[in-house]
Design a protein around this ligand. Structure first.
Ligand SMILES: Nc1ncnc2c1ncn2[C@@H]1O[C@H](COP(=O)(O)OP(=O)(O)OP(=O)(O)O)[C@@H](O)[C@H]1O
Ligand SMILES: [Mg+2]
Length: 213
């Protein structure tokens, strides 16, 4: 029996649609933009179990995109739809289900910003990891394109910072702080930073009440 550190394991069918997660569509006029899912309700999000064989049957593994403190991110292609997506594997021994669902849910709620990475309606667990799908950023992350001791051309840096400012403003307007802004967490859709997206909301939190922006 898996130890969920006091959390209720949720066992339903795996969510497998490749469309952006529902939280990505912000209802008009909502003061927090997108529905904030209370922690208790988040636990009720359906997360099904997939074996390594199930994953292989559904996705073609292309390559590993990154390895972080909490797990890895793989580029895969959905076998029947042909769509490429990034699967983020968060190791169960490093992260509780509750934290994983918070990251998924917060990212999903912010999906209506073009400057925040979109999560897909793909959510499951394996024996060792919790997994969710994200849109694939084909040009990698910002860290990889900054030449050491040289830096980015001014125009590129300005374009990038402008978009990051909008992403952070969007989050702050919804009472959220990212808390882990760094080049590795800025994903690129092209090599000139014409479209960048802030990613990795694993450290994001709601701003404490009474604190200024
Ligand atoms: N959607 C994506 N498209 C392309 N590359 C990605 C994507 N998501 C993540 N990556 C790559 O994988 C790396 C690790 O991803 P991420 O930051 O989400 O994982 P993490 O385990 O939370 O990392 P850490 O805790 O070390 O910051 C990123 O720095 C990036 O290079
Ligand atoms: Mg990261």
């Amino acid at each position: 029996m898996q130890d969920y550190a006091g959390e209720r394991p949720v066992v339903c069918s795996a969510k497998m649609s490749l469309s952006p997660a529902r939280g990505g569509a912000c209802p008009n006029g909502s003061p927090i933009g997108c529905s904030e899912v209370p922690m208790e309700d988040m636990k009720a999000l359906a997360i099904g179990a997939l074996s390594a064989t199930d994953i292989q049957e559904q996705y073609e593994h292309i390559r590993q995109l990154g390895k972080g403190t909490y797990g890895k991110v793989d580029l895969v292609a959905h076998r029947t739809e042909g769509t490429k997506l990034a699967l983020k594997f968060v190791n169960k021994d490093k992260t509780k289900l509750r934290s994983f669902l918070r990251e998924y849910s917060l990212t999903s709620d912010l999906g209506c910003s073009p400057f925040i990475i979109k999560v897909l309606d793909v959510l499951f667990e394996t024996e060792d990891a919790y997994v969710y799908g994200q849109e694939y950023a084909p040009a990698g992350d910002l860290f990889d394109i900054i030449p050491p001791q040289v830096g980015l051309p001014e125009e590129v840096a300005k374009r990038c910072i402008r978009q990051l400012g909008l992403a952070l403003d969007f989050m702050h307007g919804r009472g959220l702080v990212h808390r882990d802004v760094k080049p590795e967490n800025v994903l690129l859709f092209d090599g000139e930073c014409r479209r960048v997206a802030l990613a990795d909301l694993g450290m994001a939190r709601r701003r404490a009440a009474g604190r200024g922006a």
